[in-house]
Design a protein around this ligand. Structure first.
Ligand code: URA
Length: 240
C-alpha cells in the first residue's frame, strides 16, 4: 500500500504535486469511491481512476533469459513461431525484449516492462558491451581481424568491435571460433561484421551483456535481475 498521490505519479499520469491537487479537487476515485484525503493509501491492485482515466501501472521488472535457438524475439509472430514471451506465461507483466537476438541465435537476453531501461541498454552512446561467441565458416586470418578492428561501415556508421579474438581454428572442418564484443545495437551486427570479411556465421551465442552472464541457467530458463544489478547497469554509462 502506498500513498495515492505517489501511485498516480509513479503511473506516469502526472507529477506528484499535480496528483495532490487532483485528489483535493475530488477527481480521483479508488474502487468507485471518490477520495479527497491526501494521506489515503492504495495499491495498483485497486481500481484507481484519475479524471475518469484508469491508472495503468505495472511495477517494473527485469529478467535475464537464456534464449534457445528457434525462438523469435518479438512479442507476437505472424508466422505463429514460438516467441520469447512464450517462456514468460507465468509473469503477469507486459514484458518486451530489450533489443533482438536472431531466430537462430542463442544466449542472454533481457526482458522488461521498463521502456527507459530498455532504451538505456540499447543506446549506442552508453556503450554497453555485448559479448558473443561465433562459429564461422573458413579460417579467420590476423589480417581480417585487423580489418575488423579498423572499423566496418554498417548502416552508414563506422562500427568498431570493442574486442575481437580468434579463439580456435579447425583446419579439418575449415571453421573458426571468434569471440567478439560489440555495443552499437545494429541489426545482425555480428553476422554482418563477419560477412564483411567473407566469413558466414554458422552458430552464434551471446554470452554476456556487460557483467551479466548465463551462469546457473539452462537454455529456456530465466531469472529476475536484482535491484543491485539494475543499478550497476545504470552506473556503467557513468564509468565510460
Ligand atoms: N548480431 C547478429 O548478427 N545476430 C544476433 O542475433 C545478434 C547480434
Amino acid at each position: 500500500m502506498e500513498r495515492l498521490q505517489k501511485l498516480i505519479a509513479e503511473s506516469g499520469y502526472c507529477s506528484r504535486r499535480k496528483a495532490e491537487e487532483l485528489i483535493k479537487q475530488g477527481k480521483v476515485s479508488v474502487n468507485g469511491k471518490i477520495i479527497t484525503e491526501l494521506g489515503t493509501k492504495a495499491s495498483f491492485g485497486d481500481e484507481i481512476l484519475v479524471e475518469g482515466n484508469l491508472i495503468d501501472y505495472e511495477e517494473k521488472e527485469y529478467y535475464l533469459f537464456y534464449k534457445p535457438r528457434g525462438v523469435v524475439c518479438t512479442t507476437k509472430d505472424d508466422k505463429g513461431r514460438k516467441t520469447v514471451l512464450d517462456y514468460f506465461d507465468d509473469v503477469d507483466k507486459r514484458l518486451f525484449p530489450v533489443g533482438r537476438l536472431d531466430y537462430d541465435t542463442t544466449g542472454i537476453l533481457l526482458l522488461t516492462n521498463d521502456g527507459e531501461f530498455a532504451n538505456y541498454i540499447m543506446h549506442p552512446k552508453n556503450k554497453i558491451d555485448k559479448y558473443y561467441v561465433a562459429k564461422v565458416k573458413g579460417i579467420v586470418t590476423p589480417d581480417e581481424v585487423k580489418k575488423l578492428k579498423s572499423g566496418v561501415k554498417l548502416d552508414n556508421k563506422k562500427v568498431y568491435p570493442s574486442r575481437i579474438k580468434v579463439k580456435d581454428i579447425n583446419k579439418k572442418n575449415m571453421t573458426s571460433i571468434v569471440h567478439i564484443t560489440v555495443h552499437d545495437g545494429i541489426n545482425h551486427e555480428v553476422k554482418r561484421l563477419m560477412e564483411s570479411i567473407n566469413h558466414d556465421v554458422i552458430k552464434l551465442k551471446r554470452e554476456c551483456i556487460s557483467f551479466l552472464d548465463l551462469s546457473g541457467l539452462k537454455s529456456g530458463e530465466k531469472r529476475m535481475l536484482s535491484k543491485k544489478e539494475v543499478k550497476q547497469l545504470y552506473n556503467l554509462s557513468q564509468n565510460k
